[in-house]
Ligand binder design. Structure first.
Ligand code: 13P
Ligand code: SF4
Length: 304
């Protein structure tokens, strides 16, 4: 089947089945093109909580679909590629968290949304890279904060709260970890007029070189606001689809030749078609875990 035909079939089936297709900015361009909504983790969670559709097809990775299922328990959440995971999310288990609670009994535990439902269920509040600073500032009288599983995000956050003891978890995103200071220096030399925008999952030394640090949605907004025409983009290359669509007059440069999250690229149009047709694989989470994880996610969503 031709790609255009497949896209039309998916859109028609979504209408017939009362479905909505949500996609993350790192998804393949052709999947982003037919999505009802494309966003960062925070916006996708909000969208999942709000939608009136019966079926949510989530073009993303496992933790994102889990968050949608937790926030919309009455909906059917389908993840077209059940094997699309996030290695960072797997760097903290609920048993690890229990051990850390014994080690830091007076700490508040903040779970980055890139974590499993079981970890969210044992944490005090969730955050995304878009709202971490607001979430941590909402913990007014709290001195000790454990942020898990991304150590880089925790170290980035610690820059803004010298009065707090922020304890980073030893996890990292293997995709953002690959970006080195030398790569940024090299590309800066090639584009001396460019600004550099980076995702907080990058190493601290890389973030030190950035003109802007933010979530994928934050980087997209920054690209629109800066008067600079050339922007070096320190995150996964899927974001270029939205950047080029919104700002065709600007030049976007990747500091790595293959800045790719493999699992974000698993989902093809065929996978979306099959998943919607069969309404499978469906994400299911035990009510006990879902209820506790929902509490931590809702607490995050209520932070303004
Ligand atoms: P955002 O929340 O910025 O979209 O990031 C998600 C992610 O997985 C980053 O690697
Ligand atoms: Fe996980 Fe990193 Fe991929 Fe984001 S880019 S989904 S944090 S592995």
């Amino acid at each position: 089947m031709h790609e255009v035909e497949l896209k039309v079939k998916i859109r028609r089936m979504l209408a017939e089945k009362d479905g909505i297709l949500l996609a993350h900015y790192y998804q393949r361009p052709e999947v982003q093109e037919i999505a009802d909504f494309v966003g960062d983790s925070l916006a996708l969670s909000i969208q999942a909580a709000r939608t009136k559709a019966k079926i949510i097809v989530f073009a993303g990775v496992h933790f994102m679909a889990e968050s949608a299922a937790i926030l919309s328990p009455e909906k059917t959440v389908v993840l077209p590629r059940i094997d699309a995971g996030c290695p960072l999310a797997d760097m903290a288990t609920s048993e690890d968290l229990e051990r850390a609670r014994l080690e830091y009994p007076d700490a508040v535990f903040v779970a980055y949304v890139n974590s499993t439902a079981a970890v969210k269920a044992k944490s005090d509040i969730c955050c995304t890279s878009a709202n971490i600073l607001k979430v941590v500032s909402s913990l007014e009288d709290v001195r000790k904060v454990v942020i898990l599983p991304d150590g880089n995000l925790a170290r980035y956050c610690a820059r803004f709260f010298p009065e707090k003891n922020i304890i980073p978890w030893p996890g990292y995103c293997p995709v953002h970890k690959r970006l080195r200071v030398e790569d940024v220096i090299k590309v800066r030399k090639m584009y001396p007029r460019a600004v550099f925008a980076a995702h907080p999952e990058c190493d601290s030394e890389v973030l030190d070189l950035a003109d802007f640090i933010g979530s994928t949605a934050g980087i997209i907004s920054f690209a629109g606001e800066t008067e600079k025409r050339e922007i070096i983009v320190g995150t996964e290359c899927g974001i270029f689809t939205e950047l080029r669509k919104r700002y065709p007059e600007k030049v976007f440069i990747s500091p790595l030749e293959d800045f790719i999250c493999p699992e974000m690229k698993y989902t093809t149009l065929w996978d979306v078609y099959r998943a919607l047709n069969e309404v499978s694989p469906v994400i299911s989470i035990s009510e006990e875990i879902a209820e506790k994880a929902r509490w931590a996610l809702d607490r995050m969503l209520s932070v303004r």
